[in-house]
Design a protein. Structure first.
Length: 317
């Protein structure tokens, strides 16, 4: 929230401030300090601010980290007494996981508090004391809640198969794809890997040995609309089951680009990739022999009319 004083008069009328917040977050700066110390009022104000932020966030480009909202966090303006109020902060964490960033340092090192927080929002672990990021029980609870929590735990857990498997099982489960989570408004650019141009996912932060673990990779691919495949070991480019799991979700046909040449020429697999691919992206990467095959292309255009764009010129005539 940027600084923008309307006037020097502080308002104590709760309803007036809350109504003003619905259209302008700057209105909060006119709130009297007694309101900023009132947990009930601050939670209500936070919900209003969240609602407006959600609207703005829905229209940002999830693949463009530069569009992430970097504004100061609303709860930073809460009275300091609330920053050590466990009940208030846990309720705020329930609304938005990163609320814990405003917690008093003593709470960030409080095992019981952090355990409760990560059960509400796994990525809240980002702001926990380093000792707790290395606490296996807390880490497991965090990744069970949100797989992306793996990005913020002690590095040793990236090679822990049980932890990583739990993380990939929960990938995107508590997030609205493809916008990931509210976390992305603050840390999307930190987690975004421009080399693959895919939303962050748990497998991205796993050790290379687990990126080559078939069970882990298959689970990750199934739970990320195929995008986790871009972080998997190259050996799986020839694995038909994994490639099929990656290309089957709606409009994920372009993942076929990661398959080996044999699978790109597999008519059944490519047709499966086209089944729910409005833009027929799978054909961009399919073998040319399929694009020149009349029988195959008849099936393709029935699945997606735009498939004709990729047909051999002889078939277009």
């Amino acid at each position: 929230m940027r600084s923008h004083k309307y006037n020097n008069t502080k308002i104590t009328n709760r309803k007036k401030i809350l109504d003003s917040l619905k259209v302008d977050s700057w209105a909060f700066e006119n709130a009297d300090n007694t309101l900023k110390a009132d947990p009930e009022f601050m939670l209500e104000a936070f919900k209003i601010d969240m609602s407006r932020e959600q609207h703005d966030y829905d229209y940002r480009d999830p693949y463009d980290p530069s569009s992430a909202d970097r504004k100061e966090f609303f709860l930073e303006y809460a009275d300091k007494t609330l920053k050590s109020n466990r009940k208030f902060l846990l309720e705020a964490t329930r609304l938005w996981g990163i609320s814990i960033m405003c917690a008093d340092k003593s709470l960030k090192a409080d095992r019981e508090f952090i355990m409760e927080a990560v059960k509400l929002s796994g990525t809240a672990i980002e702001y926990a004391d380093d000792n707790l990021k290395a606490d296996r029980e807390i880490v497991l609870e965090a990744v069970k809640c949100d797989g992306l929590a793996l990005a913020f735990v002690d590095d040793s857990f990236r090679a822990d198969r049980e932890v990583v498997l739990e993380a990939v099982k929960q990938d995107y489960s508590n997030q609205y794809y493809p916008n990931s989570s509210f976390l992305s408004m603050i840390a999307f650019d930190q987690l975004f890997d421009s080399s693959v141009n895919q939303p962050p996912c748990a497998l991205q932060f796993a050790d290379d040995t687990l990126k080559a673990d078939r069970e882990v990779v298959l689970e990750a691919v199934k739970n990320t609309y195929g995008s986790a495949f871009f972080f998997a070991a190259n050996i799986f480019s020839a694995d038909r089951e994994i490639i099929l799991a990656a290309v089957k979700p709606k409009n994920c046909g372009s993942t076929l680009q990661m398959a080996n040449d044999k699978l790109k020429a597999d008519p059944e697999l490519v047709l499966e990739a086209l089944r729910d691919d409005v833009y027929a992206n799978a054909l961009r990467f399919a073998d040319d022999s399929l694009k020149a095959d009349r029988e195959f292309m008849l099936k393709a255009v029935k699945l997606s009319g735009t498939a004709i764009e990729y047909a051999d010129d002889n078939l277009k005539a």
